[in-house]
Design a protein around this ligand. Sequence first.
Ligand code: UDX
Length: 451
Amino acid sequence: MNVLIIGTGYVGMNTGVVLTYLGNRVTCLDVNEEKIALLKQGKSPVFEPHLEETLQLVRENIKFTSSYAEADIPNTDVVFITVGTPSLPDGNADLRYVRQAAESIAENLGEKFTVVVNKSTVPIGSGNWVEAIMHEHFQNNHNNGEKPDFNVVSSPEFLAQGSAMHDSFYPDRIVVGSQCERSVERLQELFGPLLRQDFPAPPALPRPEGLTEVPLLVCDLTSAEMIKYAANAFLALKISYVNEIGRLANKVGADIQAVSKGIGLDKRIGNRFLNAGLGWGGSCFGKDTAALVATARDYRLEMPIIESARAVNYSQRVLAVDLLQEKLKILKGKHVALLGFSFKPNTDDLRDAPSIDISKLLIQRGALVRAHDPVALTNARSHYGNLGVVFCDEVGEALKDAEAIVLVTEWPEYRDLDWESIPPVPIIDGRNFLDKDQLEGLGFPVIGIGR
Ligand code: UDX
């Protein structure tokens, strides 16, 4: 099929590369010309394991452009909207890029039936809004009474950064929100190889053992939009739940890791997303929980569980700094090394990263902060250059003269540091990730979260 992807962020790039790999002709469009220039050279504008190498495999069948005319919408079967929807200060999503994409698609529609799939996370009810904008814009541009032939579908994306390629080839489910038969049939065909899992697995991304099919859930558009928010809010709740239990574990002398394991073995609960620590960051959980609360407010509805999950999450960042202050007594003038700056390993993304709040709090309390990250320093320097943190390319530089260490992101290489050669100082292990016994054996006081 001919596919157009609008927006080349994580979701757009992964969708584009995977659909090309599955045999479609794909065009990726972005209004940001710098991104397009990079992509034309085969380079990904986002850091994501296996993305660039899979892009190399499909380069002949994928095109990049900034021009809607070049994107040839009249001959496109499916258009995906995968543009950003950042948070506004009141928690609502900023939909200006979705609007621009919808208007541009409408302007360029041809005579053929076009399926427009919204993969950007938009507030519940936005599918109808996109459709209305497209109709209005089409009429404004075609005075001859012509009727456009398109349908807007919601198919939310569930990929997680750092494992996005794997999640896109081997999803847990595919959701299609539409009551239009033609659209559902077309998407069933497009997603067919993923649903049947009958494509040859890319060399670097072997198929999980036993995966023979992926379930397809077809529902109405609003429910599909809601599934995305409800799934992310539930995962966020799970993390905040374990962090709240961790606070009590710390008081009563229990170990949250043992507690998590014990509850996670109950199949009804499951063992994933029960790691206590600094809580969630990233582009989705914070934004989506805020948007859900904001949507509920429009209907004069409270969402106390989700609001509490947010409060618990952001207080974990303060907790880490409090724990350090309790240990060192005085933070003023102390050299603190932060290990990790990205919101999680295998990404250079700093959106809502705990490292930023922790740095701010430490600096407010008088500490001198040096930070290392294996891949996020370019982003850190360009977005947070004036935070007051010294960003260090070498981890040894960050650790030099450190009087305390805070592990913020669980990059595997931090576990493998030559700890014997590092003078023992208190460590706040924000992800309960380091080898506590080994480090304590070397004389490091290790303070985990909820232990
Ligand atoms: C998330 C969802 O997982 C994904 O389905 C959705 O499409 C986008 O949002 P992502 O933000 O990329 O993906 O990362 P995820 O692996 O879910 O982690 C989010 C945050 O939660 C990270 O900061 C991580 O460190 C934290 N986390 C995760 C915990 O603190 N504890 C856990 O047990 C799991």
